[in-house]
Design a protein around this ligand. Structure first.
Ligand code: ADP
Length: 167
């Protein structure tokens, strides 16, 4: 949706935690929209064990994107299309790492189109260095003591260390 010629896109996901792959997609998205809402879904559509609370994930997003005034970080509950309408956005951005992402992403894009016919999903490809990075693998590697500094920003690396060494 273009409000006064201003295109707002929404980048929904779990972001548990945000990785450099997510960051790459968000910064690329700014090339095709004026502002981007990075939105942590409170109600997961598929069962995933969470490490960070939704509030912690949003705080990490804010820290990672502190240098970029065109990105805002929020959480939302319920249907993405409803939240997008409230936010003045009719474009969703999603990242495609590999063919394995495609089937689920394609189904979701078409379902969202059914729910709101004016809603478009744009798929972006990450830099090749990040195509194997996922939040779940980062959590696993970090919990086993592996070095994850290349895959997440320093703030996330710190938060992971604290979380995993905590009580
Ligand atoms: P979800 O829980 O909906 O899969 P994620 O937080 O895992 O959400 O990811 C949100 C979006 O970011 C998805 O479109 C996912 O494909 C994409 N994504 C995740 N990691 C990467 C990456 N390393 N490179 C590009 N896109 C990614």
């Amino acid at each position: 949706m273009s409000r006064n010629g201003h295109t707002i896109a929404i980048y929904p996901g779990s972001f548990d935690p945000i990785t450099r792959g997510h960051e790459d997609i968000a910064r690329r998205a700014l090339r095709i929209c004026d502002s981007l809402v990075v939105a942590v879904a409170r109600t997961a559509t598929h069962v995933k064990s969470g490490l960070f609370s939704v509030e912690e994930r949003v705080a990490l997003l804010e820290e990672v994107f502190a240098d970029e005034p065109r990105i805002s970080s929020v959480s939302f509950e319920g249907l993405l299309v409803d939240f997008a309408k409230e936010s003045g956005a009719n474009v969703a951005v999603r990242g495609l790492r590999a063919v394995s992402d495609f089937e689920y992403e394609f189904q979701m894009a078409q379902m969202n189109q059914e729910l709101w016919s004016d809603f478009e999903t744009v798929f972006l490809a990450p830099e090749v260095d990040y195509s194997f990075v996922s939040s779940s693998l980062v959590r696993q590697v970090a919990s086993l003591g592996g070095e994850i500094g290349r895959f997440v920003s320093p703030a996330v690396s710190r938060a992971l260390r604290e979380k995993l060494s905590g009580p």
